[in-house]
Design a protein around this ligand. Structure first.
Ligand SMILES: C[S@@+](CC[C@H](N)C(=O)[O-])C[C@H]1O[C@@H](n2cnc3c(N)ncnc32)[C@H](O)[C@@H]1O
Length: 338
């Protein structure tokens, strides 16, 4: 059993050890990786959502946020490209980078350590900030990691989160599935046997990275117990699930509707569909920090209750067969060019 777990962890490490940044572009297993989030229209919209200014990214915001917090730890840092960028911008002096493998950056101020976050024990009250960038959704024992993050922070320390927080294994809630189908109709996106299905079997999506979205729905509820948000934003509840349907070769043709999609995405999250991504700056509950802005605190509580409601939906495995059936029909139709 443990051997099996070790094998999966080593596959997980292999999947991410291959990531490289070249001329500002991310390469995975030697191939350029582009996602919907890289589209300039999305970037500007996202910047406006996270920082209030379409020209400023969340990294630009980090300078003001961190202030004199100079010593950090990054959980699931991967190759360390982001941490290197943080040092290059002089936002911190030292960052300890934890991951299943040793990152490749040799920047002065970065220190790489190999650790499994599921069981890691961090020294108490040592760090000024904890960074989590797209890694917590790869961890099974989310509660353990967040407890460790909380106790390794000095008083006044901050946790910075930028991560996938949507449905585990991308098994969308029934309300979200219904909305996705409605959008598919409205936009006249391809339908029928040859069109990509709204859900891909977890066994397929996790082949490369076995712990992809393994327990992502636990992230926000656990954070809300131990931390209070100074800033909190969420997005992507519609756009992320639709990525296979929209960001294809025909996308340029349909580009005019991207703005519309972004507006629908915002509306969907406001109306109670689960967002897929969250950005937050959090302080520990026990710190005597000023009360968070009402808006961010209320927004976190709202998304936490949406998440808990979604967690109570009938177990995803009950519809696994349907998802598999739809997926296999799609594969077959594609191979027969239906
Ligand atoms: C999507 S990558 C993000 C990496 C990096 N933070 C970035 O933004 O490029 C997820 C990272 O989490 C790491 N990871 C997954 N499971 C882990 C675990 N149990 N312990 C430590 N790191 C883990 C992976 O090795 C990978 O580097």
């Amino acid at each position: 059993m443990v051997r099996g777990q070790d094998r999966l962890l080593s596959r997980e490490a292999q999947a991410w050890d291959s990531a490289r940044i070249c001329n500002g572009e991310l390469y995975l297993e030697g191939k350029p990786y582009r996602s919907w989030a890289h589209d300039p229209v999305v970037t500007e919209w996202n910047n406006a959502n996270l920082t209030g200014d379409p020209e400023r990214s969340w990294l630009d915001l980090l300078g003001e946020t961190l202030g004199d917090r100079r010593h950090g730890i990054s959980l699931g840092a991967g190759t360390g490209w982001l941490e290197e960028e943080i040092l290059r911008r002089k936002l911190a002096d030292r960052i300890v980078c934890l991951d299943l493998f040793r990152g490749s950056s040799d920047a002065v101020g970065l220190e790489f350590r190999v650790a499994d976050l599921n069981v890691v024990l961090l020294p108490p009250e040592l760090f000024d900030f904890v960074l989590v960038h797209h890694s917590l959704h790869h961890v099974e024992r989310v509660e353990h990691v967040i407890h460790q993050a909380e106790q390794c922070l000095r008083p006044g320390g901050l946790l910075i989160l930028h991560d996938y927080v949507g449905e585990n294994r991308e098994m969308w809630t029934s309300r979200k599935l219904a909305r996705l189908e409605a959008i598919r109709n409205d936009l006249d996106l391809p339908r029928g046997l040859g069109a990509p299905p709204m859900e891909i079997p977890p066994e397929v999506t996790s082949r490369r990275s076995p712990f992809e979205q393994v327990n992502s729905m636990r992230i926000l509820p656990t954070l809300a117990q131990l931390f209070r948000p100074i800033r909190f934003r969420s997005w992507g509840g519609i756009l992320h699930p639709l990525r296979r349907h929209i960001w294809d070769q025909d996308f340029r043709r349909r580009r005019c509707s991207l703005q519309q999609l972004l507006e629908w995405d915002e509306l969907a999250v406001r109306e109670g569909l689960l967002p897929c991504f969250a950005f937050g700056v959090f302080s520990r509950c026990i710190d005597e920090t000023p009360l968070p802005q009402q808006g961010d605190w209320a927004e976190l509580q709202r998304v936490v209750s949406l998440t808990e409601e979604a967690e109570r939906e009938p177990a995803a495995w009950r519809r696994r067969w349907r998802v598999w059936g739809r997926f296999l029909v799609w594969k077959l139709a594609r191979s027969l060019q239906v």
